[in-house]
Unconditional design. Structure first.
Length: 271
C-alpha cells in the first residue's frame, strides 16, 4: 500500500532526528549557509525565514548579521539543537515547528526566504515552491542552496536509493532541486525571476572510509539506510559502493580525502 503524505513525513521526522545533524552542519553545511547569506545580502533589520532550518543553518547566520530571523523545521529534535546553538552564539531566533509545504505565515511576510539543503527534501516540490513564493514579499528574494544530481551528495543518495524501496509517486527526488530546468518549471508563473550559480564545498576527511563512517553515524538518511539494509543483509554491499564512490571522486594528492560536493545556488527575486 502506498504511504500517505503524513506517513512519509513521519518517516522524514524520524530520519532527520537520527544521528547528529549538528555535526554534519559543523563539518559541511554551515560554510554554505555563510555563502548564501552573502549572496542574499542579509543585513540588519531584514526579516528572514529559514525554511527547513535543521540545526539552524541559515537562521543563525542571519541573526548574527542583525536580521530578524525565523527558523522553521518539521523535526522538533533539530529545533532543540538549533536553540542550544543560538544560545551559544548569543543570538535570538524565533524557532517554529512547521511544514515547508504548508508554511504557517501570512502572504508576503518576509524580505528573504532562504534554505540550505532543506526545502529540497520536502516531497512535493511544486507545493513547496508555491509556499516559498507566497510568503516572500514583493521585491524580496528567495535564496536556496541545493545539492545537484551530478554532485557527490546526488550520487550518495542515488547509491543508497538503489538498495531502498522506491518512494511514493508523489514524492520527487530531492536532487531535482539542483537542476536549473526543474527549478524554472517550479516557479513558472509565480512572478519570481531566477538566477543560478554552481558552487561546491570541500569534504575533507582522513580517508573514504573515515567519511562513510562519519555519515553512517551522523547523517540521518545514511543512518536509516544502514539500519534497514543491515536487517536485509545488503548494507555491506551498499557501503562498499559509497567508499568506492568517494575514492573515485578523491582529488587529494597527500594520501587523505578531499572531495568537492557540488550544489546549486538559486536566487529568485519576486517582482
Amino acid at each position: 500500500m502506498t504511504a500517505t503524505v503524513e506517513d512519509l513525513k513521519r518517516a522524514h521526522r524520524a530520519t532527520w532526528a537520527a544521528g547528529d545533524y549538528a555535526a554534519v552542519a559543523d563539518a559541511i553545511t554551515d560554510s554554505v549557509a555563510q555563502v548564501l547569506v552573502e549572496r542574499a545580502a542579509v543585513e540588519p533589520g531584514l526579516s528572514v525565514l529559514d525554511v527547513a532550518t535543521g540545526p539552524g543553518n541559515i537562521a543563525l547566520a542571519a541573526a548574527q548579521r542583525g536580521a530578524r530571523a525565523v527558523g522553521l523545521d518539521l523535526t522538533p529534535e533539530l529545533l532543540e539543537t538549533a536553540k542550544h546553538r543560538a544560545a551559544g552564539l548569543g543570538v535570538e531566533v524565533d524557532w517554529i515547528e512547521g511544514d515547508a509545504e504548508a508554511l504557517p505565515f501570512e502572504d508576503a511576510g518576509f524580505d528573504l526566504v532562504l534554505s540550505t539543503f532543506g526545502v529540497q527534501f520536502a516531497p512535493r516540490h511544486q507545493q513547496a515552491a508555491a509556499e516559498l513564493a507566497r510568503v516572500c514579499a514583493p521585491g524580496g528574494l528567495i535564496g536556496l542552496a541545493n545539492w545537484t544530481p551530478e554532485g557527490q551528495v546526488g550520487e550518495l543518495l542515488e547509491i543508497m536509493g538503489a538498495y531502498l524501496p522506491a518512494p511514493p509517486s508523489y514524492a520527487s527526488p530531492p536532487v531535482r532541486w539542483g537542476d536549473e530546468e526543474h527549478v524554472r518549471a517550479l516557479f513558472a508563473g509565480s512572478g519570481v525571476e531566477l538566477e543560478f550559480e554552481r558552487a561546491s564545498v570541500a569534504l575533507d576527511y582522513d580517508s573514504a572510509e573515515h567519511y562513510v563512517s562519519f555519515m553512517e553515524t551522523s547523517y540521518g538518511p545514511t543512518i536509516k539506510a544502514r539500519e534497514r539494509l543491515t536487517a536485509e543483509g545488503t548494507w555491506d554491499a551498499c557501503r562498499r559502493e559509497l567508499v568506492e564512490m568517494m575514492e573515485r571522486r578523491n582529488e587529494a594528492t597527500d594520501g587523505r580525502l578531499r572531495v568537492p560536493a557540488e550544489y546549486l545556488i538559486v536566487l529568485g527575486r519576486k517582482r
